[in-house]
Design a protein around this ligand. Structure first.
Ligand code: DOR
Ligand code: ZN
Length: 346
């Protein structure tokens, strides 16, 4: 592609975000709604969103803070062991839930209500197939004898393949694909799609695990080897319909990140996520495929219309702020203090 100084693309979506609730939601919401059109808001609040009444309330809380026409949140139901199937099916039918999210128990933030045995959620998976709605998966197998770097591979081999065999018609998104193994699996397997974050295409484990762990680069699944990063870049930039945007932008207050023994996993990239993807696609000489990844492939997968308006990206340097703040909340911005070469025209 010729050297470009500006680029117009259909307004991007974000098929995997964390907006949180209360003051933290108020703190971060503008970083998302400044540019994102449709987004899937993950349901891992302290009280998981596992029934329709909670989903409706949460959506209302989010929408009360939005003052534009293009930002549209969608919620998946957090699958717990005690899903009320009638409520769940009604919520799918009435589009309160866009699908459902599987968190293996204790795999990440607020996942203690997650699934301990996959067969416990089989009735919910049947409902998903019945209404042709997708299952979104945090694909990590947690076990003392599995290294933190191998959790994705073991999940695929031991659990995902079983789900696929038992529910061949179920549409599945393997969220935040983090390994070459996982990305190859998505590319080669029917009915499986994948989201890719910016941070898994920028960081490797050396950026996280130094003498001290770098809390601001610590996320689940953890970032891995250079070879994994390269594979993810290749798939994202290829235009392959099976891969689409999902930032997994996951804000935590500094109190959960610094001077604590219990570092919460999560990287808050919303203040510059679209700009980072643009930079990555530019580095890979693939700006011609950016729009498919950010604005088309995901909408197709979810059977939703692509956004009607466009955004303009300019090749202009700008510096990302270090923090996003509100009241007594302070969140570290991913890439804060660094210079980016692409910015969004206001
Ligand atoms: O790093 C992560 N943070 N990974 C997840 O899966 C959840 C997220 C969060 O909610 O903080
Ligand atoms: Zn997430």
């Amino acid at each position: 592609m010729n050297y470009l100084n500006s680029l117009e693309i259909i307004r991007p979506d974000d098929w995997h975000t964390h907006l949180r609730e209360g003051d933290l939601l108020k703190c971060v919401i503008n970083s998302y709604s400044r540019v994102i059109g449709k987004c899937i808001v993950m349901p891992n609040l302290k009280n998981p969103i596992n029934k329709s009444s909670l989903g409706k309330e949460y959506k209302k809380e989010i929408l009360s803070l939005i003052n534009n026409k293009y930002f549209k949140p969608f919620l998946p139901c957090y699958l717990t062991d005690d899903i009320d199937s009638i409520d769940f099916e009604n919520a799918l039918k009435n589009e309160i839930f866009i699908g459902a999210k599987l968190y293996p128990i204790n795999s990440t933030t607020n996942s203690s209500y997650g699934v301990s045995n996959i067969e416990n959620i089989y009735p919910s998976l049947e409902s998903l197939v019945k209404f042709n709605k997708p299952l979104l998966i945090h694909g990590e197998k947690i076990s003392e004898d599995i290294s933190i770097f191998d959790r994705e591979k073991y999940f695929i081999d031991d659990q995902l393949i079983k789900i696929i065999n038992d529910f061949p018609n179920l549409k599945i998104v393997l969220e935040h694909v983090s390994s070459e193994y996982g990305a190859n699996f998505v590319a080669q397997t029917n009915n499986i799609y994948g989201t890719i974050t910016p941070h898994h295409m920028i960081l490797t484990k050396k950026d996280v695990f130094k003498e001290n762990i770098n809390a601001h680069h610590y996320c689940m699944p953890v970032v891995k080897e250079e070879s994994d990063l390269v594979a993810l870049r290749n798939y994202a930039c290829s235009g392959n319909e099976k891969f689409f945007i999902g930032t997994d932008s996951a804000p935590h207050d500094l109190k959960q990140k610094e001077n604590t023994n219990e570092i919460m996993p999560g990287i808050f990239s919303a203040p510059c996520s679209i700009e980072l993807y643009t930079e990555i696609f530019d580095q890979e000489n693939s700006l011609n495929n950016l729009e498919k990844f950010t604005s088309i492939n995901g909408a197709k997968f979810y059977n939703l219309e692509v956004n009607k308006d466009k955004i303009k990206l300019l090749r202009e340097k700008w510096k990302i702020n270090q923090y996003t703040e509100y009241n007594n909340i302070k969140v570290k911005n991913f890439y804060g203090g660094n210079i980016l070469n692409w910015r969004i025209e206001n």
